[in-house]
Design a protein around this ligand. Structure first.
Ligand SMILES: NC(=O)c1ccc[n+]([C@@H]2O[C@H](COP(=O)([O-])OP(=O)(O)OC[C@H]3O[C@@H](n4cnc5c(N)ncnc54)[C@H](O)[C@@H]3O)[C@@H](O)[C@H]2O)c1
Length: 457
């Protein structure tokens, strides 16, 4: 038994009352008013009918005289999701009261079924994804998501970069990204825009990073990027912070949104911190294969964000709080930096005893599963390792532990002087002038495997 039925436009209201009476099991009933070609021309709900009776309207009038002539009707089968969401949005702008359902109609405007708006919202594929910040992280994520999602906006403040992206031109090397981007643009799944345009259902993913001249900025440039967006957050939106976050920033962002919008996180909108952990040069594969760390401001937020990631990736690990996810991200990079600094300190020790460090490390690792030492290197850098240990240390505040960690980071930074020292020794040994020495440096990025072109730090 359904709560809705089709009803001819030229019949009187008295007949409609009888039809409503036949449907016993539902409090809420909807008559779809159709013309002689079975096209939808209006609706009357049980609530409308109650008001008609209360207002003592002549019940011999035709239903077409009293029906709601502008119900929200959408051709779910043929219309693109972008158009569907805009249509719901436009309808809500004209009729700001909450909508409970819309009519799914065919090309000829004939009725197919009623779509409950809560069911429509619960499917996260019915959302527009907007990605703020189209660098290595944001753009690769956009490409990755576009393989399964039909409507994505990419937003960046760099107009030149946006114009290039519209022509599928990318300003960095990352396997698969250009090919996927061309396909997504061709299929009209993605659009590149300068500002955030929310629609009916939104998933906003924040992927901005600090600029190179303020790499240790306390809020990593994220607060500045979001300042103008807080008031654009709407009911039902899911916001995912993907950029590396100092510990505590995610919670602060939620507080700011709540203040600006009067919406309650976990009831009206959802917030998750889900950090990017992919390795440059293999981001697309990593996005699919390594687990996504997912946290939420409330349990509801976590459930929603988890469902989103599971639409795209194989494995999700949820954390007990936003801060736990922030610390995991910083831990992964700080631990790695710490391991490199240990190898560099070991290299220093070996040099003092005139020992070949590489041979010593091979011997220490050989057949001994509890040791996995790296070789020393002339500098440990990259966009992440050069800042994340500082963010980790900051979270420890002014303790001794914090300064110990910073010493290890500094040791790695100073390793860049090591090759310079060797060149000076060589110069002195053979009494050479500077102009007599040529130095060939092969490979300027922070690492060689996987291949990448990132020379940022
Ligand atoms: N690069 C990596 O491999 C990697 C890995 C894991 C995590 N992360 C983290 O992810 C974040 C982004 O890293 P990335 O390498 O993509 O940085 P990026 O600098 O390459 O890209 C950031 C993009 O954001 C844009 N942007 C900056 N402010 C903006 C604003 N207000 N509005 C719109 N766009 C804005 C910039 O123009 C740029 O295109 C950082 O927090 C970084 O630490 C990076």
């Amino acid at each position: 038994m359904k709560n809705n039925f089709q009803f001819n436009w030229d019949l009187p209201i008295t007949e409609l009352i009888k039809s409503f009476d036949h449907i016993k099991n539902f409090n809420f009933k909807v008559a779809i008013i159709v013309n002689s070609k079975k096209q939808v021309i209006g609706i009357i709900t049980s609530g409308d009918l109650r008001r008609i009776i209360q207002d003592k309207i002549n019940l011999n009038k035709k239903v077409s005289d009293v029906m709601n002539k502008s119900p929200l009707s959408i051709n779910l089968h043929d219309e693109k999701l972008r158009k569907i969401l805009n249509k719901i949005d436009e309808h809500l702008n004209i009729h700001p009261q909450k909508i409970d359902f819309f009519l799914n109609v065919n090309k000829k405007k004939q009725f197919i079924n009623l779509v409950n708006i809560d069911n429509f919202n619960s499917n996260l594929r019915n959302y527009k994804i907007s990605i703020l910040g189209l660098g290595k992280v944001g753009l690769t994520l956009l490409c990755f998501l576009s393989e399964k999602h039909d409507i994505i906006d990419g937003i960046d403040i760099n107009k030149g970069h946006l114009n290039n992206l519209k022509k599928s031109k990318i300003n960095f090397y990352e396997p698969y990204v250009e090919t996927i981007l061309k396909k997504s643009i061709f299929e009209k799944k993605v659009e590149f825009v300068e500002t955030y345009h929310p629609t009916f259902n939104n998933i906003l993913i924040i992927c901005t990073g600090p600029s190179l001249n303020s790499i240790l900025d306390k809020t990593q440039g994220i607060e500045r990027a979001l300042k103008h967006l807080y008031s654009k957050i709407r009911k039902n939106d899911l916001i995912i912070l993907r950029s590396t976050s100092p510990v505590g920033l995610s919670r602060k962002i939620v507080t700011n949104i709540q203040k600006k919008t009067n919406l309650i996180c976990g009831n009206d909108f959802y917030f998750s911190y889900s950090p990017e952990r992919a390795v440059e040069g293999n981001i697309i594969n990593d996005l699919k294969n390594i687990p996504q760390i997912v946290s939420g401001y409330t349990e509801n937020c976590k459930v929603k964000a988890r469902a989103f990631w599971l639409n795209h990736c194989d494995k999700v690990i949820t954390t007990e709080s936003l801060e736990a996810a922030e610390i995991i991200k910083l831990t992964n990079n700080t631990y790695r930096d710490f391991c490199f600094s240990f190898s560099n300190i070991l290299g220093d020790l070996c040099t003092r005893y005139n020992i070949d460090t590489k041979k010593l490390i091979d011997a220490a690792n050989n057949g001994y599963p509890r040791s996995n030492l790296f070789y020393p290197s002339p500098g440990v850098g990259g966009y992440c390792l050069s800042k994340d240990p500082y963010l980790f240390a900051d979270a420890l505040e002014e303790s001794n532990l914090s300064s110990s960690l910073i010493k290890l980071r500094k040791f790695n930074e100073n390793m860049a002087l090591y090759p310079y020292g060797l060149i000076r020794q060589f110069q002195n040994k053979f009494c050479l002038k500077r102009k007599d020495i040529s130095v060939l440096i092969i490979g300027l990025t922070f690492k060689g495997f996987p291949e990448n072109d990132d020379t940022r730090l």
